[in-house]
Design a protein around this ligand. Structure first.
Ligand code: PLP
Ligand code: COI
Length: 368
């Protein structure tokens, strides 16, 4: 969609939060942030209208958003979001990992949800604007970060079903430790056969709330089964693996080949793309293709598949020890984390946290 503002006119107004947390309270949160429970003092807000394009970029105190009860998002779920992290480097600088890729993915999600595309420069500027206000919220303890959640939704009060003509884009942020309570220990996964996450021509490749809503009942089933995440199959044949509720999945074969599902209904993960690149740099073969659930089951049983892991911004790289379904299980819940899994995780986080050279130029500084 047309954007009526030139990037150079994107100047944020800043309103300081008079109720910002005191340093000691903030330090207490940063010492044990968990995931998605605490939020920084400020948020970004940019308006869009069909007539005026993107306008009124603001940094304001974090707080409730006033919504008309007829706001289209509350009825028709016209919403998209992103997730990326800001990392504190040893030199004190604050860096993010491939944010342009998140900006582009948000544009693709916007096209699918008939929302306006936020230009990449605005996306990056919005991250910098929030960090300018909340830099002190980026933790520096090992393996902690500031999880940044940009999102956009239909704000127009109108019950007719059509793309909204008033939309708002926001950015909030939340200090983060490990996504799974157990830290980086291998997890068990539940195979959902009753529910699909997305179908052909649907929204599976978009990062939109509806996909997560579709996953929740299956995710609840997973918890009931003692599993940390749910694995979805393709919706047509129920034969090919797609992804987890909030992560991509990779199988490692005995010969070192990494295999990941290819499908038009899964989210194109930036962590996945990066991990596969790092593996290729080491000489591993990488296959992006359809992968049947039988290939996983049989491969683990025969020893042809030696490791399986999940990856995503929140989960980073998490080993999968066991796959459990209604009438089977493969793997061993107590199995140790795979060697390649953990060494790729280490290499990725070394780059993200500035412990090794950023040879692919994946980092973007946010605090300068
Ligand atoms: N798949 C789903 C459904 C997700 O929610 C995520 C997390 O964002 C991913 C995959 C991994 O994407 P990324 O690595 O870009 O965070
Ligand atoms: C992310 O990793 O950014 C996600 O959105 C996934 C969700 C499980 C938090």
């Amino acid at each position: 969609m047309k954007n009526l503002l030139a990037p150079s006119t994107l100047e944020f107004t800043h309103t300081k939060n008079p109720a910002a947390l005191a340093e000691m309270e903030r330090a207490e949160i940063l010492a044990d942030p968990g995931f998605g429970k605490h939020f920084t003092d400020h948020m970004v807000d940019i308006c869009w209208s069909a007539r005026g394009g993107w306008h009124r970029p603001r940094v304001q105190p974090y707080g409730p958003i006033a919504l008309d009860p007829a706001a289209a998002v509350l009825h028709y779920a016209q919403e998209i979001f992103e997730g990326l992290k800001a990392y504190r480097h040893p030199d004190g600088s604050i860096q993010s990992f491939r944010p342009e890729a998140n900006a582009r993915r948000m544009q693709r999600s916007a096209v699918r949800l008939a929302l306006p595309e936020l230009p990449t420069e605005y996306f990056i500027a919005s991250l910098r604007a929030l960090i300018a206000a909340d830099a002190d919220w980026v933790p520096d303890a090992p393996e902690t970060s500031l999880y940044i959640r940009p999102f956009m939704f239909a704000k127009e009060a109108f019950l007719g079903v059509r793309p909204a003509e008033k939309v708002n884009y926001y950015v909030i942020a939340s200090p983060a430790g490990a996504y799974f309570p157990g830290g980086v220990t291998p997890v068990s996964i539940w195979l959902s056969t009753d529910y699909s996450r997305a179908g052909r021509g649907g929204m599976g490749a978009a990062k939109t709330g509806g996909n997560y809503a579709a996953s929740l009942v299956a995710q609840a089933e997973a918890y009931d089964q003692g599993c940390a995440q749910v694995l979805f199959l393709d919706s047509e044949e129920g034969r090919y693996i797609e992804e987890l509720g909030g992560m991509n999945v990779v199988l490692v074969k005995k010969d070192g080949t990494l295999v990941t599902p290819e499908s038009s209904s899964i989210l194109e993960g930036i962590t996945l793309d990066s991990i596969l690149q790092l593996a290729q740099d080491r000489g591993h073969a990488v296959e992006r293709r359809r992968v049947s659930i039988d290939e996983w089951k049989d491969g683990v049983a025969s020893g042809d598949i030696t490791e399986v892991f999940a990856c995503g911004t929140a989960a980073v790289v998490t080993p999968i020890a066991l796959l459990k379904g209604r009438d089977f299980s493969v793997g061993d819940a107590d199995a140790p984390a795979g060697e390649l899994t953990m060494s790729l995780r280490q290499e990725l986080t070394d780059i993200q946290y500035g412990r090794v050279a950023d040879r692919h130029h994946w980092l973007t500084r946010l605090d300068a």
